[in-house]
Design a protein around this ligand. Sequence first.
Ligand code: NAD
Length: 350
Amino acid sequence: MVVQVSRMTPAAEFVRLEDPASGLDGVIVIHSTVRGPGAGGCRFWPYPDLAAAGADAFRLAEGMSYKNAMAGLPFGGAKAVLRRPAGDFDREALFRAFGRAVAELGGSYVTAEDVGTTVSDMHSIAAETRHVAGLAAEGGRAGGDPSPWTAQGVFDAMEAGAAHAFGSSLRGLTVAVQGTGNVGGELCRRLADAGADLVIADVNPERRDRLEKILGAHVVDVADIHRVEADIFAPCALGGALTPESVAAMKAKLVCGGANNQLASPEVADLMLARGIAYVPDYVANAGGIISVSAEYLGENRAHVVARVAQIGPRVAALLEAAARDRRSPALVADRLAERLIGGVDRIAA
Ligand code: NAD
């Protein structure tokens, strides 16, 4: 096993992980530890090479610094990105090797689920280190799959966004959901309960078709989801959904979803502002999962998670109002606020 730590920027550390015996191959980026240990999930995906995995890890870790600060959590930002091996591999051995690497970092990185990892993987990691969350919940303790909490926060953020953009609730609005996985699927269920109409797309037909059947959602091709007739666009797949092209074609007047790193580049936020599309910054909307994970790591209860997730809606309302007042993009307003918070340690609210 090789665990090699190098510095990327004055604050950020790049940790190379390599264990040929188990197939572990990836990186951990610890972006900031000013507010506390770097916390962020572990992504397991077939990246073509290490450079692609490293670049994604840096952007995701940076996003976690902003997200954790904005949610008032005593954690810095970090992320692990592991390359999924082609062909057969021993999944438990791979995640145990990853757990040993996390243990070597002595608590400067706390891991949890992300795209491609499961509660069962977290249990494999926990056999090697205590710096892991997202384990099965016990009693009234915080814990378990963070996705439903993420979906709840995105739903609350969307309700606040709809009140801002349309002066209405979500009832009768059409929401185009890109990606119907753990977060997107849970979000769709909440939206259907709230009386919204759903248009969905997913590269995985199984996940998509199940929701079509249960919720009566209208299925479209993945190439069209951003430009369908809808009031709201909800990116819930991988990052980079918001490009100059997708924004130019968009009919929705509100963008709010669970995916990380939705903006392909920062200028896209200005394009949305110019087109009168209200944007709820991804890391403000999708903090529910890390709120659950961090409460679990700190040994807190479910009630703490409920209280902190409930702050997402009001936070979004205040942010959209401030951005509209200053005629600036909500992304820029959120970034400036988060950067101020990353500069100093705040106490957890609630
Ligand atoms: P997931 O893997 O369960 O779901 C992602 C879904 O998107 C899958 O069904 C996949 O088939 C689909 N997909 C991939 N590419 C697509 C494309 N081009 N068009 C349409 N669908 C596509 O992952 P998840 O846990 O639901 O996470 C979704 C997003 O939310 C990710 O960006 C993740 O980083 C972010 N996020 C997740 C959590 C969480 O708690 N799970 C928390 C914060 C942020």
